[in-house]
Each structure stands twice: as C-alpha cells, then as structure tokens.
Design a protein around this ligand. Sequence first.
Ligand code: PMP
Length: 787
Amino acid sequence: MSSLSEERSDPFVDRNRPELPLEPVRAFAASTYGLSGEFLQLPSERDQNYRITGESGACHVLKISAADELNETIARQIAFLEHLRLSDPEVSVPRVVETTGGAPMSSIAAPTGEHHVAHCLTYLPGRQIEQLPLSRALLNSIGTSLAHMNRAARGFHPGGIVADLPWHIHSLPRLAPCLGHVRGKELHTKLTDIVTHFETSVQPVLRHMRSQTIHQDVNAPNILLDPENPDTVSGIIDFGDMVHTTVICDIAVSGADLCAGADMVPQVCEIASAFDVVLPLEAEEVDLLYDLMCARVAATLLIIAVRNDGPSPDGYMADQRGSYEDRLEVLLTLGREQTCRALRRACGFPVRVPGRAPDAISDMIERRHKSLGSALSLSYGDNPVHVEAGEGIWLLEADGTRLLDCYNNVPHVGHAHPHVARAVARQTSALNTNTRYLFGAVLDYAERLAALAPAPLDTCTFVNSGSEANDIAYRMARYATGNSGVIVTDYAWHGITAATAPFAPHGRIQGIDASHIATIVAPDPYRGPYKAGDGDLAALYAADAERAVAELEASGHGVAAFMIDSAFTSDGVPDVPEGYLKRVVDTVRAAGGVIIADEVQCGLGRIGTHFWGFDAHGIAPDMITLGKPVGNGYPLGVVISVGSLRDAFGNATDYFSTFGGNPVACAAGAAVLDVIEREDLQENARLTGEYKRHRLADLAQRHALIGDVRGTGLLTMVELVRDRATREPAARETSEILKHVRGEHVLVGSEGPHSNVLKIRPPMVFSRDNADQLVDVLDRVLRDLPQ
Ligand code: PMP
C-alpha cells in the first residue's frame, strides 16, 4: 500500500487514506459516539473504517474520511441514506448513527493536526461474494434489491433548489400553527383534518413517487395567453415556487387554483387528461390528485388566514377567501373516491367503484343480462365477485377487499403482472400486425416455445384460444392420417368450436353427429370402475382405449387423434396409474392416430415436477396445444407440432389466422416465459404444491367429508364424500363450501363428473402463506358447515 502511495503523483487519483493510530480512534469513538468494544479494521479504498463490536454484541461501523473529503459529500451520503430509510424501511441499507450530541457527522483530529470527517453507521451483517460466476438466483436477487433501492431513491434530490416556501405542497404540515388563525369552527375542523391526513397518508407516498423539478404555480397570474387566440397558452411565467416533486403537484395546483364551481372536478379532468396524452401519468399519481388539491386549497386558506389576522392584516388574497372556501366545499362534498374515479376515467385507468352497494351489484347484473344475455353463468350468484383490479395472487373487489385467488389459472404468473403488462403495452405502442409480414416478435417467441418442446416438435401455429388450438390440431391430425375419429376421456373439455365442442361428451348438444368421437373412461382409482387392489390398474383402464379404437374402426372413421389433457383436469385430476398413458398412446399409434397433448391446463410448469403435463407420464406427443395461461390473459393459443404436420395441413388449406401470432400476443407469451424463468415458478409450484397437499392431507384427518386429496404442483383436487366407505359424492356440500369460502375472501372452484371435487388451481405465484390462508379458511368452513 505504502509503495503505491509513494509512486502516485496525481492528487486526483490519490487515495489519501487516513492512517490514524488505533488508540485515538478508540478514544474518539467512546467520547463522540459512546461506542467501545472490539475494533476490527475493514478494507476500504479511501476511508479508514472500523467495525466496533460492543459488549452487547451490537455492531457499528465508524468511517473516517480522507482529510480532503468535503463535508458536503458526506452530508449528501448521509442525507441519501436517511431518505432511503424514510422512503422504504424495507430497503436494506445501513442506518446513520448520530453522535451523542445528535449530530450526523463529526470530525477527528489526526496526530498530524489534520481534521478528518467521520460518521458512524449501523453494521449490516452478511457474507461477501466469494466466487464468480454468480448463480441465477443471486443475480435475480441483486436485480430485485437494486430495483427496490432505486424506487425508494426516486424522490431524492441531491441539492440545489431547496427553497423553503409555505407554498410547497409538501410543506402543508408546517402550516399547522396557522390553524389557530382560522375563524369558524367548521372550517377549522376541515382544515385540521386535511393537514393531519396529509401528514399521515400523503407525505409517506410522496417520498417514493417519481419526481422532478416542477413549476408548482401555474395559475391565473402566471399564464400568458396568445392574443390572437385567447384559448391558447402562449407562455408561463414566475418560476419562483419551483420545487422538486411529483409532476402531479403541477396539476393539483392548476386544478385547485384554476377550476371552480360545481364542475370543478370535470375541469380538473380536462387538465389531467390533456396532460396525460403528452406525458402519461401513473395511476398512483392520479389517485393522489384529490389529496394534493385539498392540500393546495387548505394551504391557501391557511396563508390567507394568518396574513389577515391580528392587529395588522395585510389583506393578502383576502378577496379570494370565499372562492377557496367554495372549492374546499366542492371537493369535500364529492369526496376522494368519486373524484379519483372521475380522474381515473378521464385518464383511461381502470375504475374502482367504492363499496358493494347491493343496488350497484343488481344494476350491473341487470345490465349484464341485457347486454350479454341471461344464459352466461355468473359465479356465486347471490354474492357475485365484482373486481376491477388484480395483483399477483389477489383479486381486488370493488370495495378494496382482497380475494385470495386459488382458482384462476389464466393469470399464470399472477394477476396484472407488471412485466407482462409492460411487454404488451410496449409492443402495442410499436406495432401490431399479422404473420403475413416479417417481424421479430413472432420468430423469437416461436423459437423459444419450440425449444421448450421435446424434439422433433419444432413448429408453432398461432391462434387465439385453446379451443382454436385444439380445433386446428384436430384438423391437422385429420390431414396427416386421413382418418376422422378422435378419442377423448369421458369428461373431457377441449373447447367451444364446432369441431371441439362435441369432444366434451357431457356438454354435447343434442342432435349433433358425434359418431367420430369415442370416449374412454378416465383412469380414476378412487371413483372409476377399477380401484386399488383390482389388479394391474394401468392395463385394466388402458383396455378401454382398445375398445374405443375398435369402435372408431368399425364405424369407418378410423383414429385420427387421441386428444388428452394429461392431468385429466375436467375428469377430476385422478391419480393416474403409472404406465397407463403409455399403453393408450401405443394403442392409438398402432391404429395410425396421432397424440395431441392438450396442455392448456397442465402445461407451463403447473404440475411442478415437470414443465409439461405429458412429461410426467413419460409420453411424447405429436402435437402440444396451449391456451389460457400462455398469454397470462392476453388471447393466445398455440399448436406446437412437427413441421411436416403443419406443412401438409397448411398447403392443403392455405391456413392463416388474422390475429394468430400477432406481435402483441407474442410479446405477452414471451413475457410469460420470462417470468416463469426469472421467478422460478415451476419450482415454486413443486414446493408450494407439496406443502399445500401436505396441509390438505392433514385437514382430511380432521374432516370426514374429505374423501381424497389428489394432484401435483398447483393443480390440486379435494374430493368430498358423504361417506368414506360408499364414497357418495357430496355435491350439495361442495357448492355450500364454495360459497362460504368465498364469503371468507378465498376463491376455489369445483370439478369432476359429480361436481363434488374442490378445484384448487391458483396463479403460479401462490405462496406458503397463501396455502395456509386457504387451508385455515377451509378448516373453519368445514367445521361450521351445517350437517
Ligand atoms: N382445453 C382445456 C383442457 C381447457 O380447460 C380449455 C378451457 N377450459 C380449453 C381447451 C379451451 O380453451 P379456450 O377457453 O381458451 O378456448
């Protein structure tokens, strides 16, 4: 070290690290910070740092800066840390420790007589990175931590414009002493409430909002209009109030000062929506506008009060007191919820309707019947779910109630996942067109998906739903085989198109020719014809496929395809006997049919142990079909097949789907894959799924109604029976349980031929805490269920 400093000649790069002897440092730490104990020097480029471990075990870091370090530099670092602490206490950074005299910094004299700035921080325990390359999980975690810190830091301004004016919206609480000058008890109460609310609920939010320097006083005296065209602003003057804050404060000031009367809020909406067109606002900003306008009006009234009270009132804005009192009245009468709704609507954000007023719900149901038809089923008829927003595992009811979503698999990576939402928004702002042109998004996505499929499946056909994917897959199978017959399970569900709807035997419309469809019994050792102890269950159940093949051959249809959801979701997710599907696949292939794996429900990591459902059975399909979760809610369906199947079909039919494979859909699909990988959701499904099953199995010990718990990963079924010996399906009880569980803010579904199976199929971000909440609610509901 010393040789390096001897060689150096340029003070710009000089480390100039202090080298104070330990004893004076010890004495300094004790007298200035009250710290003593074990001193360990820590490595540093330019500082002399010690870890001090006190008798209690508490650790601190004493940092002594180079003699030429500026006070301001350290002060700025301290301010930044303090800002982060206030903005987001979850962000893990050291905390500033003050001197015993309450100062953030101190100074220590070296034996040479030079003075060094010193400061003290809490010590964050932890290991250091020892080896490269870093693991994926660590890189992910570093990225997440950085993002959190940067989010917390957004509102930090390193200095410069720090004018201290009563007009700064941020400073409203500092006007509290002016409340004593407000005449009129009612007005005093209103203003007090605004100041209090601002301090407790608005200021903490302002700290982490995106900020910049703003004018903060764009009102009548400061706006210049074009003399030729008085509806046009030609200039804005007087930047004396400018400040570093959220841009929404500018709209709040203009709204509060320039809008008035009964239509005050619609006027503000005009300003906000015009602003939003040029500089898009964030929902959080829009939602804060009401409070900021109240703050501006309150600040104005308080300043007027204090300047016009006492022996020598200065008359400042006295003539405007009435108009600001009127504005306050308009705002308070309309209220935060209604104002926020109007503003959200104006700026194109989803609108949340406050409360679940019964008449609001019945009004929506009536509109729904009229506009969507009365046959469209509505879940939880007498207590319907009205949601306008979702977030991760949660669906947010209109009144703000959070529903734990244990049912919906479409938001595979979580409701409103920001990465998917952004990908869709960015692509739609750039281009949306069809696959008759060249563009990268579809190629990137197709290559990525195909790489996830087993060889030789390498070609993607894009459509808009699971039904369409199955429809096309079936048509491809017909072209490839020259046969028309299809084999599906007894309670299969593969779609709603003219071709696929009849594949759902239980939902088949009367009068439709279904002679080309042969159904096979699902291999369900709990409820099916063969149960544990009956022999080789795989062989016994697979024999039904031989019967189905014979049936299709006898009717002249032959076998084009076996379409299979390998989790047998609509059949109730039975515990499939090992080797069963392999036998069926062999039988179908021997008859010339192809295998279509409908992975709409069980693909993309849901079952935890494998990425694809069919992988768990050791079979390799000829085609994979995808829908629902693949776009996290964006309409997207895919058939992944071998190229020859796709080409034969395409050449014969000139197949083309207008929306299929559009760039926005592909952006959504790619973003879903990103999140599955980055958040390791398949592994989460495996681990959380195991935990959930374990807790459900435990529940079954306590509730005789639970006959069976099945499934892997985040696809779990709980079969309810009235009698464990007879296995009589408890359908009525199942529907009661669903209702009560919904009443406890948890959504689950029902499934199976007898509608007596609870279907638990949450978004893949389901956590152990979520599993605990679900099982605890089920426990309570089962306990209290009327017999
Ligand atoms: N296949 C399976 C296994 C399904 O569960 C569904 C939908 N429930 C479909 C296909 C049809 O998908 P979509 O509703 O997107 O048409």
